[in-house]
Design a protein around this ligand. Structure first.
Ligand code: PHE
Length: 439
C-alpha cells in the first residue's frame, strides 16, 4: 500500500501548520465573529466548544486515519479500504464539494485581497458608513474588480499547490501560520486596550443561557464542521501525507485547539472594538467588510491595523484554499494519472470558471455555499465516522492510531463517539438544515 517515494510532510510542525492552516480560514475570522454576534455571544461559544471537542476532534481523527491508512486521495482511499463497495461515492462527493467550496471561497478571498489593496492605498480611512456600504457593494458587483482579485488569488493558490506537499504546502504553511498568529495577537492587544473594550469581552465570555435555543445549538455544530475543514476529504488527503511515526490523535487535538484558539482570538480582536464604538454585534456577514473598516478609521493606528487585518484575512484564506485545491489535485494525479503541474492548473482553471459564475450570480454563490456547507459536509462527515466506526475493522483502526508506538488509551471512548454520538448529532443537524425537522 505504501508508495515508496510519495511526497509528504517532512516535520511535525509542518503537519500541524498545514492542517491548522486549512482549518483556520475565513470561517474563523469572517464567519465565526458574526455567527457568534447573531447567536448571542458567550452561550453560543460554550456550545461550540463542546461540539469541537466531542464531535470535531473524533471526525477529524477518523479522516486523518482513512488517509494515512490508505495512502491515497479521498476517492482512492475508499477504493483501497473498501474495494468493490459503494463507499467511494463519498470520495467523489468530497471532490465535488472541494470544487463547490473553492469557487465561492475564492470570491470572498478576492474581496479580502481587494480590501487589502484599499487599506494599503488608504482608501478606507475617514469614509462614512454609507460610503463603506457602497464600497462593499462595488467590490462585490463591480465589472472587473471581483474577477481580477479572484483570479490573482487562485493563481497564488495554484502556485503553492503545484510545488507539491513538502516544497509547496508545507513550506508556505510554516511561513504563513506564524505570521497569521502574530497579526491576530497584535490586533487583540489593540482591541482590548480600547476604552470601553470590556463590554465586548463580556459579550463573548459571559454566557447568557437563556439565549441557547435548539437552533443556536445546530448553528454551532455547522460552524464547527466548516471551521475545522471536515467532511469532504481535506483532512484525509493531508493524513495521507503524514508519516507513520506521528500520532494522529495528537495531530487532531492540536489542529482543533489551534483552530478554536484563532476563532476565539478573532472574537477578542473584533468584539471589544465593536462595543467600544457602540456598534451592534449582530451585523451579519458585512461585519468585517463594512463595520470593521469604519472602526479602524476612527482608531489610533487605524491605517496600520486595517492593513494587517486584511493581510490576516488573505493569509487565512490562502492556507485554506490550498487544502481545497489539493483534494482535487491528489484525485487528478492519483486516479486520472495526470502530472501534478497539469492537474493543478486544470483544477484551478475549472474552479476559477465556477468562481466567475459565483462572482456574478449571487444565486449560484448562495447555492454553492449552502449546498456544500449545509448538505455535503455534514453528509460526508456522517458517512466518514460511520465508515470508520462500523465498517473498518477495529483492529485496523487501533493499529493506525497506535502506529507511533504508543497505546491509544482513548480508543474505546473514540469508538463510542464515532459509532453513536457523532453520527446521531450530525444526523440531527442535517435533517434540520434540510428542513425535514424543525426545532
Ligand atoms: N475551514 C476553512 C475555514 O474556516 C474552510 C474550509 C472548509 C476549508 C472545508 C476546507 C474544507 O475558512
Amino acid at each position: 500500500m505504501n508508495q515508496g517515494n510519495r511526497d509528504g510532510f517532512a516535520s511535525r510542525f509542518g503537519v500541524i501548520a498545514a492542517a491548522a492552516g486549512s482549518a483556520v480560514g475565513l470561517g474563523n475570522v469572517w464567519r465565526f465573529p458574526y455567527v457568534v454576534g447573531e447567536n448571542g455571544g458567550g452561550a453560543f461559544l460554550l456550545v461550540y466548544l463542546g461540539f469541537v471537542l466531542a464531535i470535531g476532534v473524533p471526525v477529524m481523527l477518523s479522516e486523518l486515519l482513512i488517509g494515512r491508512k490508505s495512502q491515497r486521495n479521498i476517492f482512492g482511499a475508499f477504493h483501497v479500504l473498501a474495494p468493490g463497495r459503494p463507499w467511494f461515492l463519498i470520495g467523489l462527493m468530497g471532490v465535488g464539494a472541494a470544487f463547490m467550496i473553492l469557487s465561492f471561497y475564492s470570491v470572498v478571498a478576492g474581496w479580502t485581497m481587494e480590501y487589502l489593496y484599499l487599506a494599503f492605498t488608504n482608501q478606507l480611512a475617514t469614509v462614512s458608513s454609507v460610503e463603506l456600504n457602497q464600497i462593499f457593494s462595488e467590490v462585490k458587483s463591480g465589472a472587473w474588480r471581483p474577477v481580477f482579485f479572484m483570479v490573482v488569488f487562485m493563481a497564488m493558490t495554484a502556485f503553492i499547490v503545484k510545488s507539491g506537499i513538502n516544497k509547496g504546502i508545507e513550506k508556505y504553511s510554516k511561513l504563513l501560520m506564524p505570521v497569521l498568529f502574530v497579526i491576530i495577537v497584535l490586533l487583540c492587544i489593540r482591541s482590548v486596550t480600547l476604552e470601553g473594550a470590556s463590554a465586548g469581552l463580556e459579550f463573548l465570555f459571559r454566557p447568557d443561557f437563556s439565549r441557547i435555543t435548539p437552533h443556536v445549538v445546530l448553528e454551532a455544530l455547522g460552524q464547527a464542521f466548516f471551521s475545522l475543514s471536515l467532511g469532504m476529504g481535506v483532512m484525509a488527503t493531508y493524513g495521507s501525507y503524514i508519516k507513520k511515526g506521528e500520532s494522529l490523535g495528537k495531530t487532531a487535538i492540536s489542529v482543533s485547539l489551534t483552530d478554536t484558539a484563532i476563532a476565539i482570538l478573532s472574537g477578542i480582536a473584533i468584539f471589544p472594538a465593536v462595543f467600544a464604538f457602540g456598534i451592534e454585534p449582530g451585523a451579519g456577514p458585512g461585519l468585517v467588510f463594512v463595520t470593521l473598516p469604519g472602526i479602524f478609521s476612527k482608531m489610533i493606528g487605524g491605517y496600520f491595523f486595517a492593513f494587517i487585518f486584511f493581510a490576516l484575512l488573505v493569509i487565512a484564506a490562502l492556507t485554506s484554499s490550498i487544502s481545497l485545491l489539493e483534494v482535487v489535485v491528489a484525485y487528478f494525479t492519483e486516479e486520472l494519472k495526470m502530472r501534478r503541474r497539469a492537474a493543478t492548473w486544470l483544477a484551478a482553471g475549472l474552479m476559477t470558471l465556477l468562481g466567475l459564475i459565483c462572482a456574478f450570480n449571487s444565486t449560484v454563490f448562495n447555492l454553492f455555499d449552502n449546498t456544500s456547507s449545509n448538505i455535503l459536509l455534514p453528509l460526508g462527515g456522517f458517512f466518514i465516522v460511520v465508515f470508520v466506526g462500523w465498517f473498518l475493522g477495529h483492529n485496523i483502526v487501533r493499529s493506525e492510531l497506535e502506529a507511533d508506538g504508543r497505546v491509544a488509551r482513548y480508543f474505546h471512548l473514540f469508538l463510542v463517539v464515532i459509532k453513536i454520538v457523532a453520527p446521531v448529532a450530525i444526523a440531527l443537524v442535517f435533517l434540520n438544515q434540510l428542513g425535514l425537522i424543525n426545532f
